[in-house]
Design a protein around this ligand. Structure first.
Ligand SMILES: Nc1ncnc2c1ncn2[C@@H]1O[C@H](COP(=O)(O)OP(=O)(O)OP(=O)(O)O)[C@@H](O)[C@H]1O
Ligand SMILES: [Mg+2]
Length: 371
Protein backbone atom coordinates (compact mmCIF):
# COMPACT_ATOMS: atom_id res chain seq x y z
CA UNK A 1 0.00 0.00 0.00
CA UNK A 2 1.41 3.34 -1.08
CA UNK A 3 0.08 5.08 2.05
CA UNK A 4 1.49 2.61 4.60
CA UNK A 5 3.16 4.46 7.45
CA UNK A 6 6.26 2.39 8.19
CA UNK A 7 9.36 2.88 6.02
CA UNK A 8 9.02 1.00 2.74
CA UNK A 9 11.34 -1.96 2.31
CA UNK A 10 11.48 -2.85 -1.40
CA UNK A 11 11.84 -1.07 -4.72
CA UNK A 12 8.39 -2.27 -5.72
CA UNK A 13 6.74 -0.46 -2.80
CA UNK A 14 8.55 2.79 -3.50
CA UNK A 15 7.04 5.46 -5.64
CA UNK A 16 9.76 6.71 -8.00
CA UNK A 17 13.32 6.84 -6.57
CA UNK A 18 14.76 4.59 -9.28
CA UNK A 19 17.51 7.08 -9.97
CA UNK A 20 18.51 7.32 -6.31
CA UNK A 21 18.38 3.53 -5.89
CA UNK A 22 20.58 2.97 -8.91
CA UNK A 23 23.00 5.62 -7.73
CA UNK A 24 23.21 3.97 -4.32
CA UNK A 25 23.77 0.47 -5.65
CA UNK A 26 26.23 1.72 -8.27
CA UNK A 27 28.23 3.43 -5.58
CA UNK A 28 28.34 0.42 -3.24
CA UNK A 29 29.14 -1.99 -6.07
CA UNK A 30 32.00 0.25 -7.17
CA UNK A 31 33.39 -0.10 -3.68
CA UNK A 32 32.84 3.42 -2.38
CA UNK A 33 33.64 3.32 1.31
CA UNK A 34 31.41 6.04 2.66
CA UNK A 35 28.09 7.05 1.15
CA UNK A 36 26.03 9.84 2.67
CA UNK A 37 22.29 9.97 2.06
CA UNK A 38 21.00 13.45 2.81
CA UNK A 39 17.44 14.68 2.91
CA UNK A 40 15.06 16.57 5.15
CA UNK A 41 12.79 14.90 7.68
CA UNK A 42 10.20 12.47 6.26
CA UNK A 43 11.49 12.65 2.71
CA UNK A 44 12.12 8.91 2.44
CA UNK A 45 15.77 8.26 3.33
CA UNK A 46 15.22 5.14 5.42
CA UNK A 47 12.86 3.69 2.81
CA UNK A 48 15.45 4.26 0.10
CA UNK A 49 18.21 2.56 2.04
CA UNK A 50 15.99 -0.37 3.06
CA UNK A 51 14.89 -0.91 -0.52
CA UNK A 52 18.54 -0.93 -1.58
CA UNK A 53 19.45 -3.47 1.11
CA UNK A 54 16.59 -5.73 0.16
CA UNK A 55 17.84 -6.16 -3.37
CA UNK A 56 21.59 -5.96 -2.85
CA UNK A 57 23.43 -9.20 -2.25
CA UNK A 58 25.51 -7.74 0.53
CA UNK A 59 25.30 -8.74 4.15
CA UNK A 60 24.53 -5.69 6.25
CA UNK A 61 23.49 -4.22 9.56
CA UNK A 62 21.31 -1.18 9.95
CA UNK A 63 21.57 0.83 13.14
CA UNK A 64 18.96 3.49 13.80
CA UNK A 65 21.27 5.88 15.62
CA UNK A 66 18.48 8.33 16.47
CA UNK A 67 16.60 5.59 18.23
CA UNK A 68 19.78 4.43 19.99
CA UNK A 69 20.29 7.94 21.27
CA UNK A 70 16.74 8.37 22.51
CA UNK A 71 16.68 4.91 24.10
CA UNK A 72 20.13 4.88 25.65
CA UNK A 73 20.80 8.55 26.23
CA UNK A 74 24.15 8.40 24.45
CA UNK A 75 25.87 6.62 21.59
CA UNK A 76 28.97 5.34 23.34
CA UNK A 77 31.16 2.71 21.68
CA UNK A 78 29.75 0.00 23.98
CA UNK A 79 26.20 0.86 23.05
CA UNK A 80 26.93 1.05 19.34
CA UNK A 81 28.74 -2.28 19.33
CA UNK A 82 25.79 -3.87 21.10
CA UNK A 83 23.41 -2.62 18.41
CA UNK A 84 25.71 -3.75 15.61
CA UNK A 85 25.89 -7.24 17.12
CA UNK A 86 22.11 -7.25 17.57
CA UNK A 87 21.81 -6.32 13.92
CA UNK A 88 23.63 -9.51 12.97
CA UNK A 89 20.68 -11.51 14.21
CA UNK A 90 18.42 -10.44 11.38
CA UNK A 91 21.02 -11.53 8.89
CA UNK A 92 21.75 -14.70 10.89
CA UNK A 93 18.25 -16.00 10.31
CA UNK A 94 18.55 -15.60 6.58
CA UNK A 95 21.90 -16.84 5.40
CA UNK A 96 22.99 -19.75 7.49
CA UNK A 97 26.21 -20.80 5.89
CA UNK A 98 27.64 -17.33 5.62
CA UNK A 99 26.55 -16.52 9.13
CA UNK A 100 28.22 -19.58 10.59
CA UNK A 101 31.56 -18.46 9.24
CA UNK A 102 31.09 -14.91 10.50
CA UNK A 103 30.30 -16.34 13.90
CA UNK A 104 33.62 -18.15 13.87
CA UNK A 105 35.43 -14.93 13.12
CA UNK A 106 33.64 -13.08 15.93
CA UNK A 107 34.58 -15.85 18.34
CA UNK A 108 38.16 -14.68 17.95
CA UNK A 109 37.38 -11.35 19.63
CA UNK A 110 37.76 -11.75 23.36
CA UNK A 111 35.01 -9.32 24.39
CA UNK A 112 32.38 -10.86 22.13
CA UNK A 113 30.34 -13.82 23.39
CA UNK A 114 28.92 -16.12 20.77
CA UNK A 115 26.10 -18.41 21.78
CA UNK A 116 23.52 -20.40 19.84
CA UNK A 117 21.03 -17.59 20.43
CA UNK A 118 23.17 -14.79 19.06
CA UNK A 119 26.19 -12.64 19.71
CA UNK A 120 26.67 -10.33 22.65
CA UNK A 121 29.20 -8.05 24.17
CA UNK A 122 30.87 -9.61 27.16
CA UNK A 123 33.18 -7.35 29.07
CA UNK A 124 35.64 -8.61 31.59
CA UNK A 125 37.76 -6.26 33.62
CA UNK A 126 40.66 -6.49 31.25
CA UNK A 127 38.88 -6.33 27.91
CA UNK A 128 37.65 -3.18 26.29
CA UNK A 129 35.20 -2.80 23.44
CA UNK A 130 37.17 -1.84 20.38
CA UNK A 131 35.10 -0.88 17.36
CA UNK A 132 38.05 -1.04 15.02
CA UNK A 133 38.71 -4.63 16.05
CA UNK A 134 35.13 -5.57 15.22
CA UNK A 135 35.18 -3.78 11.87
CA UNK A 136 38.51 -5.33 10.96
CA UNK A 137 37.15 -8.80 11.71
CA UNK A 138 34.19 -8.12 9.44
CA UNK A 139 36.50 -6.87 6.72
CA UNK A 140 38.67 -9.99 6.87
CA UNK A 141 35.62 -12.20 6.77
CA UNK A 142 34.47 -10.37 3.63
CA UNK A 143 37.88 -10.91 2.11
CA UNK A 144 37.55 -14.68 2.55
CA UNK A 145 34.01 -14.74 1.27
CA UNK A 146 34.51 -12.31 -1.61
CA UNK A 147 31.74 -10.11 -0.39
CA UNK A 148 31.23 -6.56 0.85
CA UNK A 149 29.63 -5.64 4.13
CA UNK A 150 27.32 -2.65 4.41
CA UNK A 151 26.98 -0.87 7.73
CA UNK A 152 24.12 1.61 7.76
CA UNK A 153 24.15 4.35 10.37
CA UNK A 154 20.70 5.88 10.03
CA UNK A 155 20.53 9.47 11.31
CA UNK A 156 24.25 9.44 12.01
CA UNK A 157 24.37 13.01 13.27
CA UNK A 158 23.33 11.62 16.66
CA UNK A 159 26.75 9.97 16.86
CA UNK A 160 28.08 13.29 18.05
CA UNK A 161 26.59 12.45 21.46
CA UNK A 162 29.34 10.08 22.41
CA UNK A 163 32.52 9.61 24.36
CA UNK A 164 34.43 8.75 21.20
CA UNK A 165 35.13 10.54 17.94
CA UNK A 166 33.33 8.56 15.30
CA UNK A 167 34.62 10.71 12.48
CA UNK A 168 38.05 9.36 13.43
CA UNK A 169 36.76 5.78 13.36
CA UNK A 170 35.20 6.35 9.94
CA UNK A 171 38.43 7.83 8.62
CA UNK A 172 40.35 4.85 9.95
CA UNK A 173 37.86 2.47 8.30
CA UNK A 174 38.12 4.41 5.06
CA UNK A 175 41.88 4.02 5.02
CA UNK A 176 42.12 0.44 6.19
CA UNK A 177 39.05 -1.57 5.26
CA UNK A 178 38.58 -2.40 1.62
CA UNK A 179 35.40 -4.39 1.96
CA UNK A 180 33.20 -2.42 4.25
CA UNK A 181 30.92 0.36 3.04
CA UNK A 182 29.32 2.75 5.49
CA UNK A 183 26.03 4.30 4.46
CA UNK A 184 25.26 7.21 6.74
CA UNK A 185 22.01 9.09 6.49
CA UNK A 186 21.03 12.39 8.01
CA UNK A 187 18.05 14.67 8.00
CA UNK A 188 19.76 17.50 9.77
CA UNK A 189 22.04 18.08 6.84
CA UNK A 190 24.06 20.87 8.43
CA UNK A 191 24.50 18.94 11.64
CA UNK A 192 25.70 15.87 9.79
CA UNK A 193 28.15 17.98 7.77
CA UNK A 194 29.44 19.47 11.01
CA UNK A 195 29.86 16.01 12.45
CA UNK A 196 31.72 14.57 9.45
CA UNK A 197 33.76 17.76 8.88
CA UNK A 198 34.84 16.63 5.45
CA UNK A 199 35.90 20.12 4.45
CA UNK A 200 37.96 20.85 7.54
CA UNK A 201 41.69 20.25 6.93
CA UNK A 202 42.15 19.61 10.65
CA UNK A 203 39.52 16.86 10.72
CA UNK A 204 40.12 13.12 10.27
CA UNK A 205 37.92 12.69 7.19
CA UNK A 206 39.43 15.59 5.27
CA UNK A 207 40.36 14.76 1.69
CA UNK A 208 38.50 11.41 1.61
CA UNK A 209 36.08 10.86 -1.23
CA UNK A 210 32.55 10.66 0.07
CA UNK A 211 29.70 9.87 -2.26
CA UNK A 212 26.67 12.05 -1.56
CA UNK A 213 23.13 11.17 -2.53
CA UNK A 214 20.44 13.74 -2.02
CA UNK A 215 16.84 12.59 -1.54
CA UNK A 216 14.63 15.42 -2.70
CA UNK A 217 10.98 16.36 -2.37
CA UNK A 218 8.68 15.33 -5.20
CA UNK A 219 7.77 18.03 -7.68
CA UNK A 220 4.16 19.02 -8.19
CA UNK A 221 3.38 16.46 -10.91
CA UNK A 222 4.90 13.59 -8.99
CA UNK A 223 3.19 14.61 -5.74
CA UNK A 224 -0.24 14.77 -7.37
CA UNK A 225 0.33 11.50 -9.19
CA UNK A 226 1.46 9.86 -5.95
CA UNK A 227 -1.69 11.00 -4.16
CA UNK A 228 -4.00 9.97 -7.01
CA UNK A 229 -2.49 6.50 -7.17
CA UNK A 230 -2.61 6.01 -3.43
CA UNK A 231 -6.28 6.95 -3.27
CA UNK A 232 -7.11 4.89 -6.37
CA UNK A 233 -5.52 1.89 -4.65
CA UNK A 234 -7.89 2.40 -1.72
CA UNK A 235 -10.88 3.13 -3.93
CA UNK A 236 -11.40 6.54 -2.35
CA UNK A 237 -12.60 9.40 -4.55
CA UNK A 238 -10.93 12.75 -3.92
CA UNK A 239 -11.17 16.16 -5.56
CA UNK A 240 -8.31 17.46 -7.68
CA UNK A 241 -8.49 20.88 -6.02
CA UNK A 242 -7.99 19.25 -2.63
CA UNK A 243 -4.90 17.43 -3.84
CA UNK A 244 -3.41 20.65 -5.13
CA UNK A 245 -4.05 22.21 -1.74
CA UNK A 246 -2.29 19.27 -0.07
CA UNK A 247 0.69 19.67 -2.37
CA UNK A 248 0.89 23.38 -1.65
CA UNK A 249 0.88 22.88 2.10
CA UNK A 250 3.09 19.82 2.31
CA UNK A 251 5.46 20.75 -0.46
CA UNK A 252 6.18 17.35 -1.97
CA UNK A 253 7.55 15.71 1.18
CA UNK A 254 6.48 12.10 0.65
CA UNK A 255 6.22 11.22 4.34
CA UNK A 256 3.67 13.98 4.91
CA UNK A 257 1.78 13.13 1.73
CA UNK A 258 1.67 9.53 2.93
CA UNK A 259 0.37 10.50 6.36
CA UNK A 260 -2.32 12.67 4.79
CA UNK A 261 -3.30 9.81 2.49
CA UNK A 262 -3.44 7.38 5.39
CA UNK A 263 -5.54 9.63 7.62
CA UNK A 264 -7.98 10.36 4.86
CA UNK A 265 -8.01 7.11 2.90
CA UNK A 266 -7.68 4.58 5.72
CA UNK A 267 -8.91 6.36 8.84
CA UNK A 268 -11.66 8.19 7.00
CA UNK A 269 -10.90 11.75 8.10
CA UNK A 270 -12.15 14.60 5.94
CA UNK A 271 -9.78 16.55 3.72
CA UNK A 272 -9.61 19.47 6.17
CA UNK A 273 -9.14 17.29 9.25
CA UNK A 274 -6.44 15.18 7.66
CA UNK A 275 -4.48 18.19 6.42
CA UNK A 276 -4.72 19.92 9.80
CA UNK A 277 -3.48 16.81 11.60
CA UNK A 278 -0.48 16.47 9.30
CA UNK A 279 0.46 20.14 9.65
CA UNK A 280 0.20 19.80 13.39
CA UNK A 281 2.39 16.69 13.54
CA UNK A 282 4.88 18.32 11.20
CA UNK A 283 5.15 21.44 13.31
CA UNK A 284 5.72 19.33 16.42
CA UNK A 285 8.51 17.39 14.75
CA UNK A 286 10.18 20.56 13.49
CA UNK A 287 10.03 22.13 16.92
CA UNK A 288 11.39 19.13 18.78
CA UNK A 289 14.48 19.12 16.58
CA UNK A 290 14.82 22.85 16.58
CA UNK A 291 14.64 22.99 20.39
CA UNK A 292 17.65 20.69 20.72
CA UNK A 293 19.66 22.86 18.38
CA UNK A 294 18.86 26.30 19.72
CA UNK A 295 18.96 25.60 23.44
CA UNK A 296 21.73 28.02 24.42
CA UNK A 297 20.07 31.06 22.80
CA UNK A 298 16.52 29.89 22.42
CA UNK A 299 14.74 33.25 22.60
CA UNK A 300 17.04 34.93 20.10
CA UNK A 301 16.95 32.08 17.64
CA UNK A 302 13.17 31.93 17.80
CA UNK A 303 12.95 35.69 17.39
CA UNK A 304 15.06 35.51 14.23
CA UNK A 305 12.94 32.75 12.76
CA UNK A 306 9.73 34.46 13.88
CA UNK A 307 10.81 37.67 12.16
CA UNK A 308 11.40 35.89 8.87
CA UNK A 309 8.19 33.87 9.20
CA UNK A 310 6.34 37.17 9.53
CA UNK A 311 7.85 38.57 6.39
CA UNK A 312 10.81 40.61 7.64
CA UNK A 313 13.61 39.61 5.33
CA UNK A 314 16.61 41.92 5.46
CA UNK A 315 19.47 41.81 7.92
CA UNK A 316 18.52 45.11 9.60
CA UNK A 317 14.78 44.39 9.75
CA UNK A 318 15.39 41.05 11.41
CA UNK A 319 17.93 42.50 13.79
CA UNK A 320 15.57 45.30 14.87
CA UNK A 321 12.80 42.77 15.51
CA UNK A 322 15.11 40.58 17.59
CA UNK A 323 16.19 43.54 19.72
CA UNK A 324 12.60 44.60 20.35
CA UNK A 325 11.73 41.08 21.46
CA UNK A 326 14.84 40.05 23.37
CA UNK A 327 16.94 43.14 24.12
CA UNK A 328 20.34 44.34 22.91
CA UNK A 329 22.34 41.97 20.73
CA UNK A 330 25.88 42.52 19.45
CA UNK A 331 26.42 42.33 15.68
CA UNK A 332 28.85 39.46 16.04
CA UNK A 333 26.42 37.41 18.10
CA UNK A 334 23.52 38.15 15.77
CA UNK A 335 25.59 37.12 12.75
CA UNK A 336 26.68 33.91 14.38
CA UNK A 337 23.09 32.90 15.16
CA UNK A 338 22.02 33.76 11.61
CA UNK A 339 24.87 31.69 10.19
CA UNK A 340 23.97 28.70 12.36
CA UNK A 341 20.37 28.78 11.18
CA UNK A 342 21.57 28.81 7.58
CA UNK A 343 24.05 26.03 8.22
CA UNK A 344 21.41 23.86 9.81
CA UNK A 345 19.02 24.46 6.96
CA UNK A 346 16.30 26.42 8.75
CA UNK A 347 17.04 29.64 6.88
CA UNK A 348 18.10 30.24 3.32
CA UNK A 349 19.25 33.32 1.45
CA UNK A 350 17.85 34.69 -1.79
CA UNK A 351 19.98 37.69 -2.76
CA UNK A 352 19.97 39.92 0.30
CA UNK A 353 16.76 38.47 1.69
CA UNK A 354 16.57 35.78 4.34
CA UNK A 355 13.86 33.19 3.74
CA UNK A 356 12.43 30.06 5.31
CA UNK A 357 12.23 27.49 2.55
CA UNK A 358 10.38 24.75 4.36
CA UNK A 359 6.71 25.65 4.87
CA UNK A 360 6.53 23.26 7.80
CA UNK A 361 9.26 25.25 9.54
CA UNK A 362 7.57 28.54 8.72
CA UNK A 363 4.31 27.36 10.26
CA UNK A 364 6.00 25.90 13.30
CA UNK A 365 7.97 29.02 14.21
CA UNK A 366 5.24 31.50 13.38
CA UNK A 367 3.17 30.21 16.28
CA UNK A 368 5.72 29.25 18.90
CA UNK A 369 6.13 31.39 21.99
CA UNK A 370 9.54 32.81 22.71
CA UNK A 371 9.01 33.13 26.46
N1 LIG B 1 9.26 6.61 -2.39
C1 LIG B 1 8.24 6.40 -1.54
N2 LIG B 1 7.06 5.92 -1.95
C2 LIG B 1 6.05 5.74 -1.10
N3 LIG B 1 6.12 6.01 0.22
C3 LIG B 1 7.27 6.48 0.70
C4 LIG B 1 8.39 6.70 -0.15
N4 LIG B 1 9.40 7.17 0.61
C5 LIG B 1 8.92 7.26 1.86
N5 LIG B 1 7.65 6.84 1.94
C6 LIG B 1 6.79 6.87 3.13
O1 LIG B 1 7.04 8.12 3.77
C7 LIG B 1 7.19 7.98 5.18
C8 LIG B 1 8.55 8.42 5.61
O2 LIG B 1 9.51 7.56 5.03
P1 LIG B 1 10.93 7.26 5.71
O3 LIG B 1 10.76 6.87 7.12
O4 LIG B 1 11.65 6.37 4.79
O5 LIG B 1 11.54 8.75 5.61
P2 LIG B 1 12.81 9.33 6.37
O6 LIG B 1 13.37 10.40 5.50
O7 LIG B 1 13.72 8.23 6.78
O8 LIG B 1 12.10 9.97 7.65
P3 LIG B 1 12.79 10.45 9.02
O9 LIG B 1 13.41 11.76 8.71
O10 LIG B 1 11.66 10.58 9.99
O11 LIG B 1 13.78 9.40 9.42
C9 LIG B 1 6.85 6.50 5.46
O12 LIG B 1 5.48 6.43 5.72
C10 LIG B 1 7.16 5.80 4.15
O13 LIG B 1 6.38 4.65 3.98
MG1 LIG C 1 14.53 7.73 8.59
Amino acid sequence: MLFSLEPKATRRELYDRDRELNELSGSVDRGDRIVVVYGIRRVGKTSLVRAFLSEARHPYVLVDVRQVYFTEGSVSANVLVRYVLDGFREFMGRRDRLWASLRDVLRGIDWVRVSPGGVEVRLSRRSRVDLTELFRAIDEWCEHNSTRFVIVLDEAQYMRFSNIRYDGVLAWAYDNLGRVTFIVTGSEVGVLRDFLRVEDPEAPLFGRYIKEIYVDRFNKDASLDFLRRGFAELGVAVGEGELVEVYEHLDGVVGWLTLYGYLRGVEGLSHKEALARVLNDGARLVLSELEALIKPSRARYLAILGAVAHGLNTWSEIRRYVEVRTGYIADSVFNRLLMNLIRYGYLGKAGDAYVIQDPMVARAVANVSIG
